[in-house]
Design a protein around this ligand. Sequence first.
Ligand code: MN
Length: 328
Amino acid sequence: MKNNSLEKITEYIQKNDNYLIIGHIDPDGDAIGSIMAFKFLLDNLNKNSILLLHDDMRKEYKILFKYLKPKDYYIYKNDDELSKLNKYPNAIVLDSANIDRLGNFKELIQGCFKVNIDHHYDNSKFGDLNYVNSNESAVGKIIYDLTKTIPIDIKKPLGTAIALAVLADTGSLKYPNSDPDSFRLIANLKEKGIDIVEINRFLQSFSSLKYLKLLSKGLANINIDKSGKIAWLVLSSSDIKEIGIDDNEIKSLVNYPRDIRGVEVGISFVEKQDNFIDISFRSLNYVDVSDIAHKFNGGGHPRASGTKIEGNLNEIVNKVLTEVKKNV
Ligand SMILES: [Mn+2]
């Protein structure tokens, strides 16, 4: 369960070949940016590799997929097809605190030599090699550091993927985890000609009109507690059905309650399927929301965490709020 150095990881990657590359289920920008960046990095080293995708995100992440060929990735269909991927002895696992975060690929990955690169402080260090650094703002930042230890030149696809990862996890350099290194990384990539404006526009735009309509329903249902420090947004499965949006398209809505002035903890409750509730937590300054998420079998970072719970929406909202109030 020990941590290895970045040099050790570099050495392993240089000596070996044939890699699966995977990030966590329900991927965010850091997970997508990181797996893409690793693909471009391995291509640059002439190493054979394939990206494992939990679902189809080619349309949404066109900004990165335009640099890939169909043979560069596999989109999960069924377990029977996974045997085709047995010829890959190595797996690079990114932005995933534990092996359960790998969804349908969990069994496949378990048979590989695992290189685990992450920044979640609660990472279980499940890898055969582990580089876990919770001081880093994004996994994309760690991959950026690898481009120096290897070293390789950052071309547009790699630079775009790294920038997207870092901008996603730092809220475009607005969140408290935006350390000087994150600013320097973005400045360096901008100097190399990476279109930071385009990436920010992508991250800050709405995926569709349906999404915006769903958001407006959520915004109409924001509540704030008496102290003004806890705000939460609730979307029921009937709200979602009414809009007719695909539940894959529903991304994090938790920033809206969190962004009310004076609020310390923002929470979103999204009932994607009947009685299956996705919960996200964000805090501003001092509440450790990963602690709260852990109490409900979830995980994450001190300022950003989440979980999924099965049950009645109203009951769960009340139960979670009771717990949050103890921590604020
Ligand atoms: Mn991340």
